[in-house]
Design a protein around this ligand. Structure first.
Ligand code: GP9
Ligand code: MN
Length: 631
């Protein structure tokens, strides 16, 4: 391109520079992108440029009078993408993916969260578009894009391509196999930029759609071998311990382990759970493994022992896949299964997905008496929910497998004065401050729940499993969290904050001196084989990535959906290996032995879901003799 081209393109270049600088400012102020070197900072700085020049450059193929209008429209659309990501990130600490955008069914219910998350200053993101519009109307001469020759256009695009490959090249040196083995969106955005990331996401979307069509049973061989090699035999004492008993699972909304045995102004945040732990098996190193599908991801992991997807909620994207979930398996053993949750049945596509998972019944909002007095925030208050749920559970045939999903401790953590039993915190994060009283309220609700189970005669013959579904306080509140916990939150601490409580309470078995505080590293993925073994069901032919928590052969290892993993000694996250005891960074070679297991598990699980591979799986014969089960 010769010099004279620049004045010709000034409007295009102006729009590009505006968007470019704006994007970089957003990176630095609205997203928490960890930068470890000048090279990474440089990549971050240049990464929006190639895409912007590419799309704005399309104007050069248009009729002259259309060009400026096109530039304005593209500026507006790119700003809108940025805006949407900023608002989304504020809560999810993550970037938007296409599957998430398609989850429109959830959007209506998310209304209250949106107003909470939106800030007026976000509208500044459209300031440059207004400037461009003003120029267009008041200084038409400046807003003109003159004709360029075919040769100039070619130069322009050569330059854009060079810039793109320069960017990609630098990124690949920083992070090898960037596009093929990255489960962490932050790393993608950091390297290829937010706009290219969205294009990449579109490519992934079409690839995953094709994957099902192309899959056949041969895809399953490697995976089956992997399962066979990883099978762990159950503990003899625990195997069959729940035979004939009801299994009651309680999903504790947004509950992280840091609240357990913690106090605020001398008051326990979870006094009841703290007591319950003394009569239970409590796992203090139990991690949630959810991603964008939040609660629904936790449900998916629990019932299938598969990983959720890295993008979108598998409940939405693959709701009609073939699965071999717990409810389906235990049906063969005479179990009735249900979910109790006072929300619209279509939220998270639950109504469709529960069919695929083999649930007999979904008690949704229609089964509950919900009114203004007994609701707060997202709906029916937990105490009322438990109260009514026990009445519903009584109508079920026994033995049953029932999952109850609580709701009060959900962002934005609203609670009426009459239900507050503990002070809010006094940190800079209102979210974290409000979280404490809602967790306390949930604790009180659980206490009533157990009492009601006892009163109604359902307690003795049941096994109760309480677990946190996912984090409640995202990394956006790290500074406030640091204030509360009295330390600076590093990426290492962020992983440790992904621990959620797991309490297994078996009346007559785990009481008093038989209770256990267990420190083994475990995750939600381990619950399916644990429960099946407790029911005396052989899992040798079952598809699951987790391990029975009680198996003496269990390896202390858990991988999170972003590829971070935890062992007894190490935590690996954001390309860094940490010593678990000190939280200090250590040589990567310490973590290296686990790299393969971590990425293989996530990849195999993805293959199963994207390829809908379980439709080819016929190996499951659960009805084998129980005596043969322990091998
Ligand atoms: C909605 C409830 C909350 O029904 O499960 O969902 P979440 O936003 O936590 O995924
Ligand atoms: Mn949830």
């Amino acid at each position: 391109m010769n010099k004279s081209s620049f004045p010709k393109l000034q409007f295009l270049l102006l729009a590009t520079v505006f968007m470019w600088i704006k994007t970089y400012i957003v990176y630095k102020t609205r997203f928490d992108i960890k930068i470890e070197s000048w090279m990474q900072e440089f990549i971050l700085f240049i990464n929006p440029l190639s895409f912007l020049l590419l799309v704005f450059g399309i104007s050069l193929f248009m009729k002259e009078k259309r060009r400026s209008g096109y530039i304005i429209i593209v500026s507006f659309l790119s700003s809108a993408i940025l805006f949407a990501n900023v608002v989304f990130y504020r809560f999810f600490n993550d970037f938007i993916t296409i599957p998430v955008l398609l989850q429109t069914k959830n959007m209506a219910d998310l209304g209250s969260s949106f107003t909470e998350l939106f800030k007026f200053s976000d509208l500044l993101l459209f300031a440059d578009v207004l400037i461009l519009v003003a120029l267009y109307f008041f200084k038409p001469n400046l807003a003109r894009i003159e004709s360029v020759s075919r040769k100039e256009r070619r130069y322009y695009y050569l330059m854009v391509a060079a810039l793109f490959f320069f960017n990609l090249g630098l990124s690949e040196t920083e992070r090898p196999q960037l596009l093929t083995r990255t489960f962490d969106r932050e790393i993608l955005i950091k390297n290829i930029g937010t706009y290219n990331y969205h294009i990449y996401d579109i490519v992934l979307q079409s690839k995953s759609s094709a994957q099902r069509a192309l899959a056949d049973s041969s895809n399953f061989v490697d995976i089956e071998n992997y399962f066979n090699a990883n099978y762990k035999k159950p503990d003899e004492e625990m195997f069959n311990i729940a035979n004939g008993k009801n299994i009651i699972l309680v999903s504790l909304e947004s509950t992280q382990s840091f609240v357990i045995n913690e106090t605020v102004n001398g008051e326990e945040i979870t006094p009841f759970l703290n007591d319950l732990i003394e009569d239970s098996y409590y796992y203090e190193n139990f991690y949630h493994q959810t991603a964008q599908g939040k609660t629904s991801d936790s449900e998916f992991i629990l019932d299938n022992s598969l990983y959720p997807l890295g993008r979108g909620a598998v409940f939405f994207t693959h709701g009609s896949n073939e699965f071999t979930a717990t409810p389906e398996i235990i049906k063969e053993f005479g179990y009735y299964s249900s979910v109790l949750h006072a929300n619209n049945k279509s939220f998270w596509n639950r109504d469709i997905m529960y069919e695929s998972l083999g649930y007999d019944k979904f008690f949704d909002i229609e089964s509950y008496e919900v009114n203004e007095e007994n609701s707060v925030g997202w709906g029916l208050k937990d105490k009322e929910f438990f109260e009514q749920s026990v009445d519903l559970m009584k109508t079920q045939p026994q033995p049953f497998y029932s999952k109850l999903i609580t709701l009060t401790n959900h962002f934005p953590f609203e609670l009426g004065e009459e239900d507050k039993q503990i002070d809010e915190l006094d940190t800079r994060s209102k979210t974290l401050n409000r979280y404490i009283p809602t967790v306390r309220y949930q604790d009180e609700a659980v206490k009533h729940f157990i009492q009601k189970l006892k009163d109604e005669g359902l307690y003795e013959n049941s096994i109760l499993i309480f677990y946190g579904d996912h984090y409640g306080i995202s990394e956006n509140h790290n500074v406030a969290m640091g204030e509360f916990l009295g330390k600076e939150i590093t990426p290492f601490d962020s992983v440790q904050l992904q621990r959620v409580p797991l309490i297994i309470h078996i009346p007559g078995v785990t009481d008093g001196e038989n209770s256990k505080l267990i420190s083994d590293v475990a995750g939600q993925i381990d619950l399916k084989p644990t429960i099946l073994h407790m029911l005396g069901i052989n899992t040798k032919n079952d598809i699951h990535f987790g391990t029975d928590l009680f198996s003496g052969q269990k390896v202390s290892f858990t991988v999170l959906r972003d590829g971070s993993f935890i062992t007894d000694d190490y935590v690996y996250t954001k390309s860094t290996c940490y010593d678990k005891e000190t939280g200090e960074e250590i040589e990567e070679s310490n973590c290296e032995p686990y790299f393969d297991k971590a990425s293989r598990e996530l990849e195999y699980s993805d293959q199963i879901i994207y390829g809908d591979l379980l439709r080819f799986y016929e190996g499951t014969t659960y009805n084998e003799e129980l005596e043969n089960a322990i091998k």
